[in-house]
Ligand binder design. Sequence first.
Ligand code: ZN
Length: 284
Amino acid sequence: MNVGGGIPLERVYLYSEPRCQSLHVEEIARYLRDNLGERVEVIEREDFWATTLRHMQRGEIEAVGLKWAQSRVLDPASHVVSRQPLPQEVIYEVKRLTDTGSRAWGILYDAWEVVKIALDLLPIAERSLRNLHVLFTNQLIATWEALEGRYHAMVAAFALPCVISTTGIAVAPARDRGWYALKYLLGRGLEEVGLAFDEINRLEVDDEKLTEVCKGLVLQCVFYHLTGNPFCDDHSCRLYNAHWQREMVYAQLRPGACLCKRHRQMLQQAVARWSTGRTVVETG
Ligand SMILES: [Zn+2]
């Protein structure tokens, strides 16, 4: 594995989500600065959507709202097909995207479609392998699992940019029950989602422990950027891909939660390489 090879990481952009009050991006930024060395610049930015849309014309804003509306998963048991949303749906999306005071959530979106919308809006100059972009959203994202023939709510989509769902942290890591909860809640109103889980130490939507969990999730984004693989099999590593709330609590919230020895070493090697400013010439 060519850790730290290729193009060095120079900047991490963290986009806040003011619609999730318990998310403290500045604390995550400090954690990253402590772990990535001084050669990597960690840049805190305001909410991606409201900030980006603020500089657009009305027609462009509505085009973004239309894409979000088209990304809605109306039925978790059927793959999203391109459809023409109702005008009210587009109006709802524009309002949600531009209003940072909105707490509304409860609609499921196709994660890769959301990634595509965000990528199209990233400044071209910043779409570089030297940059890692991490967007937080309070909306639920899901990926289509073809073998199972259904969508799964997920915590994070690793791509350019990476998207982390703060609501997904509370909802997604409980695969089977998450599915039944979604089925139930899509019919009944997702605001009741907290009632669907009874596990000890569960995380609630907009939980005060969210920021600590997000430190580990952003490290997963860093390893995705470095190696293409954000995850680790060691359940005590912050890169562990938790399928259950109790697994996430153990990996991210137990006292002294950290990377496993192997990933600690991998990160140290990468940081040392970035610090010397050495780049490996890519071939092929
Ligand atoms: Zn590990």
